[in-house]
Design a binder for this molecule. Structure first.
Ligand SMILES: Cc1cc2nc3c(=O)[nH]c(=O)nc-3n(C[C@H](O)[C@H](O)[C@H](O)COP(=O)(O)O)c2cc1C
Length: 283
């Protein structure tokens, strides 16, 4: 599957065929993990691949929501470091997701922000290591029953509706919501299809002076009332950045993505409710 198509085709799959991937496929997964590009190379990034033990209730143990049926494997990843560890983690894990989808493997993130301490103890992770979410993977159950169950759980998990492009894209200033300019349509579509905890979709985009700015909503009701859970916006923001980076590469666009903290450009004024995360300069 071509890279851009894989970005669009990725969906959270919650009903798996009850069988492990073969050894060759698992080695390919390990290779994809090893090649994930960092946002900050100085952040430590470690990934453990595990098989799901039969009967293990991963969602309850990890603090996620909803229901997932018979996933055979999962990745437990963590970052350590002072430089936006959750953004970096989302950025690296989404690259891994999209490349697994390219191989025909199905995936689903399970959030763990409310349970990070338990997760650290259970997997003997270092104190201060950030886990954000687990990544379940395997072959989707392709039978009619499997697909139906997946669709039902998907609907129950709130993962069906996406904000429209004109609800997240602004042309020149924040009082001008609009459909994306033609040359940005595919890029925005890749960003819009990013997964997010509770389908919160915290991202907004401002196009100004040949630059696409990515901003995040500071508060998202969908993450819940606990302030710790509001940090999902950083993990989800990193995921969105990965989709933009991969789409730039797949579409061979003359641009690159960088964090706003690394920019000399003046950051445009934005509403109080938003915080700038990254920008894509298109030449
Ligand atoms: C950080 C994160 C945590 C998530 N946690 C869960 C979870 O606990 N349970 C679940 O069923 N889906 C979970 N998801 C999947 C989202 O519900 C899903 O991405 C969203 O509804 C959009 O649907 P899609 O991924 O099929 O495009 C999570 C996704 C992310 C990015």
């Amino acid at each position: 599957m071509d890279l851009y198509q894989a970005i669009l085709n990725r969906r959270s799959v919650r009903r798996y065929r009850n069988e492990p991937l073969d050894r060759e496929m698992l080695e390919m997964v390990d290779d994809i993990v090893a090649r994930a590009r960092p946002l900050f190379p100085e952040n430590r990034f470690r990934v453990m691949r595990r098989d799901v033990v039969s009967g293990e209730d991963l969602i309850a143990a990890m603090g996620g929501y909803g229901r997932v049926v018979s996933p055979p494997h999962y990745l437990v990843a963590h970052t350590m470091g002072n430089r936006m560890p959750l953004v970096d983690l989302g950025y690296r894990l989404e690259q891994i997701c999209v490349q697994m989808v390219q191989l025909g493997i199905s995936v689903c993130f399970i959030g763990s922000l409310g349970r990070e301490n338990n997760v650290r103890i259970r997997f003997r992770l270092p104190r201060g290591g950030r886990t954000g979410a687990f990544l379940l993977f395997g072959h989707a159950a392709e039978t009619v029953t499997g697909r139906t169950i997946n669709a039902v759980i998907r609907r129950a998990s709130g993962g069906v509706t996406r904000l429209k492009p004109e609800e997240i894209y602004f042309d020149g200033s924040f009082d001008r919501p609009a459909p994306p300019a033609k040359h940005l349509t595919k890029l925005i579509e890749a960003a819009r299809r990013a997964p997010s905890s509770n389908n919160a979709q915290p991202w907004r985009f401002l196009w100004r002076d040949d630059t696409l700015w990515l901003l995040l909503h500071k508060r998202n009701a969908r993450y819940g009332g606990n302030p710790v859970l509001q940090e999902y916006r950083y993990f989800d923001g990193g995921i969105c950045m990965a989709n933009l980076m991969l789409a730039i590469e797949a579409l061979d666009l003359p641009g690159e993505i960088s964090l706003v903290q690394n920019t000399d450009l003046p950051i445009p004024a934005s509403p109080e409710t938003l915080e700038p995360l990254a920008k894509v300069v298109l030449n």
